[in-house]
Design a protein around this ligand. Sequence first.
Ligand SMILES: [Zn+2]
Length: 682
Amino acid sequence: MHRPSRRLLAAFVFISLPVATVLLHAQAGSAQPTNASVSGIDLTQFNKSVDACTDFYQFACGGWLAANPIPSDRPRWGRFDELSEKNDEVLRKVLEAAATGRDPSEKKIGDYYATCMDEQAIDRSGVMPLEPDLKNIAALTSVNRLPELVAELHKIGTGAFFSFGSEPDMKNASMVIAGADQGGMGLPDRDYYFRDDARSIEIRKKYVDHVAKMLTLSGESADTARKGAEAVMRVETALAKAALDRVSRRDPEKVYHRLTPAELQKLTPNFDWSRYFRGIGSPSITAINVSEPDFFKAFNQVITSTPLEDLRAYLRWQLLHNNAVILSKPFVDENFGFYSATLQGVEEQRPRWKRCVSYVDADLGEALGQAFVKETFGPQAKADMLKMVADVENALERDINTLDWMTDATKREALAKLHATANKIGYPDKWRDYSALTIERGDAAGNSHRANTFEFHRQLNKIGKAVDKNEWSMTPPTVNAYYNPLENNINFPAGILQPPFYKANRDAALNYGAAGAVIGHELTHGFDDQGRQFDANGNLRDWWTAADADAYKQRSSCIANEYSQFTAIDDVKLNGKLTLGENTADSGGLRLALMAYLSSDAAKTAKTMDGFTPEQRVFLGWASVWCENRRPEYERLQAQTNPHSPGRYRVNGVVQNMPEFAKAFGCKPDSPMVSKNACRVW
Ligand SMILES: [Zn+2]
């Protein structure tokens, strides 16, 4: 369930879940909207006492916000969450039926789920499922044995010291090479180890307490556990010092260093990579993207300068941490206490079944997804999406052709990239084959470990081969979407193609404003400050004239500066550079959706509905998906780690840059929703 992060991809999704997604799902009980509208919009979501030109988000969402307090087991509650809640209910039925199913793939998800639900058996076994690995760690008596041990841990999904896997070669994107990246830190971000404000200091103190408690639960004395926790903090701080911050990691050139195994070996004289490769069972490797060579130098320094006892404590912690959610109740509760309660303000855990649904989704997502698709996804949705994709792509083509700041040479390249962008809608053409993965009734930890090993080897087996662009990085029930810059394709899982994003036969203005803007958002990612550095074939290659690149940077820095002034919470502002790609995609996405709608057949005969003009309903379609309440702790964590802005700025930040919005709602030039210095890239 804990996978190495897929570096670039994470930055191109529509909405991202922080820390570990497994901590963040589900809660029942949200009332379905009362919906007597003509267009299909929820008439109870508005707060019409607020002027749309003063605060469009409050105008569009105020009623919903007041009626939808955050459930006690959620860090945030929004329209996205309502939908993923609904999807969870569908998945639960599928899994309960599968528990008695005969078809092998059905039996697999049914057995995994039933085993996860048997809390009593899991509680009885305590830390026992980890005993063999704890023993291996205790037997580490020389740094020379580290490669084999780290390999064993990585195989079962424990991310000690660094992450390893495969990825397309950024400069030859049709081929897969090996990838080694920073990792092995338990706090949400490298900056968490160094910030010196009171809240950050408190979090670090609580983190050390948490590590100590986990070590105690695994059987260590309080004194040994305390010393171990302090050692963990020293090791992770040393790794964090050499790790790149999130803004730097958005720069592809900063995370691309294609090395040979011999060159990687030179960075870490005391860690034998050939033994690590043998340990993980990798195919032969000729090239590795070592995203941050300095991090690996620091890793070598850490393993040579840290006492063995401290290294063992660090590895024990990593093992416990990465497996906490599948162990007995004391581990689950302690893990929840730090990662959900302290870091995100959540008051209680999700019901067991919701957690188990999310674990099956993480480990057997495409087996579970097949049943989900049968239940929820029809040909109408696919046809409507294909039509909207074509309309939005046409809108971007018209937009590029009329840009006054871009020369013809760069326009030709941009159009070539646009025309080469592929789309995937709903679910994979070819489902993943899980036949090599054994799932056993009654072995929860073993199932998780075998699933992690299966996935790790699936990734490693791609090394040296051509990229398979038909693969998906999200499972079908996921309420999200993504652009893959290395494959130049946009991807929309079935999970998001439902209300409030899309509904067959409802007002087209709402569908374009929501689902259409999601399409526009993903398409714009191919042309945001990061995506624009990749060409039509997904290669990291500069296709811009110097003058056009300068004009682009000037325009995008307008957006970065604007969002840096928005307050997340207390004295914490949004990080305009961290969120630049997403904000650019939101801005381009909504503009393209509006253009696409206005040139569609539906717009030709559109009339005022529910008191709103067609143009107004496009903006309301967008705002509707972003209604959300957030806990203060969560707000702070997000501002410091998430490349996406909070919902209220994804609405107001975007519309205040659009003269189209001011016109649609008749806003006066001095209205808060009319920016004096309107930013625009696309
Ligand atoms: Zn995005």
